[in-house]
Design a protein around this ligand. Structure first.
Ligand SMILES: Cc1cc2nc3c(=O)[nH]c(=O)nc-3n(C[C@H](O)[C@H](O)[C@H](O)COP(=O)(O)OP(=O)(O)OC[C@H]3O[C@@H](n4cnc5c(N)ncnc54)[C@H](O)[C@@H]3O)c2cc1C
Ligand code: SF4
Length: 338
């Protein structure tokens, strides 16, 4: 556990003005470097003296990483665009309201003013033990402190846990998956574009990372295609406090209706596993069915198949069942339709 008796360890701060320069700095300094976006996650590690990078590469001076522009096929959002800019943007509000609502429910206004979309989807796990510097699996050790009979695991995973039971805490991630967003990553070998759901990594692939970023990689932008523009959207987040709090769970869906029938659907949940989960089995089961409470009910039941609760988070199973039920079946007063 971190014991703080001193000042934050010194580091060299670099403020590059291009992605190429930032990558060069990351490649030169390798494990000694830390990428800084809005700083809400990364500064915590520094202030707690748990990570002690020699070099910090601040992306805030890179103009090409900022802003939202319309493209031939939707919109592109720079990774360093703040959450406030995202949730206020007229095109996002008009066509991709799902993302605006998710961004608006992140933390508090101050955090949204400073936190970036790229940082929000790239943030690290919030497990108490890990954040306090305990040498658990995710930190390179050989134990999970949360997954014990007395571990504090109320916020932890009910699905796809493998040694680590921490969850991905991002609110915008499931909305981006439901909108079929593509993440653009600058790698030392050139640009790579991945589906939103493939950006995230679970402990089965790599227990020390939450996403595909490796040394020298930068998330540069997120593209949202027009495919799901102005669909019927639903976003719901459940948290302990109504402001400044991470999700206990959230759900995002985009539904295309033909008459009352679900013609197509994308649905994702977060804070149930180490990566946000797209629920393909639910999508397949409800396509072509009437959008009714009964369809939602069946979808909710299907979504929790295989879920395994820990000592203190059994409530997450009915919670997920009900969130999915509403995201599929629809709730008139709570739905977010643009
Ligand atoms: C008190 C508090 C409450 C919060 N509540 C919520 C909440 O309710 N919901 C929610 O979703 N989030 C919440 N957050 C997270 C917050 O909203 C930020 O989104 C998040 O901390 C990271 O955004 P950032 O821009 O500050 O990135 P940083 O903290 O600077 O970076 C986060 C991580 O991503 C990496 N990174 C960032 N950008 C890039 C990039 N372009 N390329 C490569 N790597 C990158 C950094 O190296 C770092 O590892 C909360 C944070 C705090 C402190
Ligand atoms: S849940 Fe993951 S991050 Fe938390 S103590 Fe266990 S291994 Fe570490």
């Amino acid at each position: 556990m971190a014991v703080i008796r001193d000042v934050m360890p010194a580091f060299q701060l670099y403020q590059p003005t291009s992605v190429a320069d930032a990558q060069r700095l990351l490649e030169q300094n390798r494990e000694d470097a830390l990428v800084l976006a809005g700083g809400l996650d990364s500064m915590d590690w520094l202030k707690d003296r748990i990570r002690k990078p020699k070099v910090v590469v601040d992306l805030s001076g890179i103009a090409e990483l900022k802003g939202i522009r319309t493209t031939n096929d939707g919109i592109a959002i720079g990774a360093m665009t703040t959450l406030t800019e995202v949730l206020r943007h007229p095109v996002i509000l008009e066509k991709y309201g799902l993302l605006a609502q998710a961004a608006e429910l992140v933390a508090s206004p101050q955090i949204r003013n400073q936190g970036t979309l790229g940082g929000n989807v790239s943030q690290d796990a919030r497990c108490w033990y890990y954040r306090a510097g305990w040498p658990c699996y995710r930190a390179g050790g050989n134990i999970c402190y949360a997954d014990t009979p007395v571990g504090r695991n109320r916020e932890h995973a009910i699905l796809h846990a493998e040694r680590c039971v921490a969850v991905n805490p991002s609110d915008t991630a499931p909305a981006l998956i439901a909108l079929d967003a593509k993440f653009v990553v600058a790698t030392p070998k050139g640009e790579r574009v991945v589906d939103a759901e493939d950006y995230f990594v679970g402990p089965d692939l790599d227990i020390t990372r939450m996403n595909i970023l490796r040394l020298g990689y930068l998330l540069t932008s997120i593209r949202i295609p027009a495919t799901w523009a102005s669909a019927q959207f639903y976003f719901e987040k459940v948290r302990d406090r109504n402001v400044w709090d991470f999700p206990l769970m959230n759900v995002a869906s985009a539904v295309k209706l033909s008459g009352g029938t679900i013609q197509d659907i994308r649905i994702a949940v977060n804070a149930v596993a180490a990566r946000p989960l797209r629920l393909k089995n639910v999508e397949d089961s409800v396509r072509g069915k009437a959008r009714t409470a009964a369809t939602g009910e069946a979808a909710g039941k299907l979504s929790v198949q295989g879920a395994v609760p820990l000592q203190f988070n059994a409530y997450k199973i009915p919670l997920m069942r009900n969130l999915v039920k509403r995201a599929v079946g629809g709730v008139e007063e709570a739905s977010w339709a643009s």
